[in-house]
Design a protein around this ligand. Structure first.
Ligand SMILES: NC(=O)c1ccc[n+]([C@@H]2O[C@H](COP(=O)([O-])OP(=O)(O)OC[C@H]3O[C@@H](n4cnc5c(N)ncnc54)[C@H](OP(=O)(O)O)[C@@H]3O)[C@@H](O)[C@H]2O)c1
Length: 209
């Protein structure tokens, strides 16, 4: 697959390296693409601007601070038909008014807000609930020891694509449901940032349902 990484820090950098390592075509981007060249060279990936990465990828990983989402959405324009993986979390102290507004509004989830910003994209929430060091150190496990990665979304085909991207790097996709079910693994929720083996994560989900 062609994967554009928007925000190539802790989460974006780690995932982009993993995906390039298993043979996907990856373009890393940020506001400073020149700084990403050594990381890209190490895994035979490319670098580009945010606009270039969103044009390049059939799948776009969004891993930027939540407060920057509206600006970046406006910057890139429509993402017609592309799969957008939303890995972000709203933290008002870090992300300011945008995050506070989303948290204070019981009618929407954080990922619903992100999805509404990116017109035309098929938004799938995933990787927001795994610590980047766990992602770095505990990927590529044998099947019985895999760490759960929660995933949800409204488009089944897009969700299947992201599920495959989780499996290919030795993690265990845990299908939580439609996009609105993202509330079950957003900050403060029972499944948020637990970094559990899939069997334990399933047990928690069962208690919630
Ligand atoms: N850290 C974790 O373990 C973890 C786990 C799961 C989810 N998350 C979530 O993932 C998101 C990213 O977290 P992170 O820890 O990966 O952050 P990070 O290491 O600070 O990386 C964020 C990246 O976004 C880029 N960026 C910032 N503003 C931008 C803009 N306006 N346009 C384009 N790129 C921009 C930055 O690069 P430049 O400064 O070069 O532009 C930076 O490399 C957050 O919402 C966080 O809550 C984090």
């Amino acid at each position: 697959m062609k994967i554009g990484i928007v925000g190539s820090g802790n989460i974006g950098g780690t995932l982009g390296r993993h995906w390039a390592g298993v043979g996907h075509q990856v373009m890393f981007s940020s506001r400073h693409p020149e700084t990403l060249q050594p990381m890209a060279d190490a895994v035979n990936a490319q670098t580009g601007t945010v606009e270039e990465a969103t044009k390049f990828g059939d799948v776009i990983l969004l891993a930027i601070p939540f407060g920057k989402v509206p600006d970046v959405a406006q910057q890139v324009g429509t993402l017609d038909g592309k799969v957008l993986i939303d890995a972000g979390n709203p933290y008002p102290q870090r992300d300011g008014a945008v995050a506070q507004q989303v948290i204070d509004d019981p009618s929407q989830t954080a990922t619903g807000y992100v999805s509404a910003q990116f017109s035309g994209a098929k938004t799938i929430k995933a990787f927001n609930s795994i610590y980047f060091k766990v992602l770095e150190e505990q990927a590529f496990q044998s099947e019985d020891a895999r760490i759960a990665v929660q995933v949800c979304g409204d488009d089944e085909q897009a969700k299947a694509t992201v599920t495959q991207l989780i499996e290919e790097i030795g993690l265990a996709p845990q299908d939580i449901g439609v996009l609105a079910d993202g509330i079950l693994f957003e900050p403060g929720a029972p499944l948020y940032n637990k970094n559990l083996p899939i069997s334990e994560a399933k047990a928690i989900l069962q208690q919630l349902r």
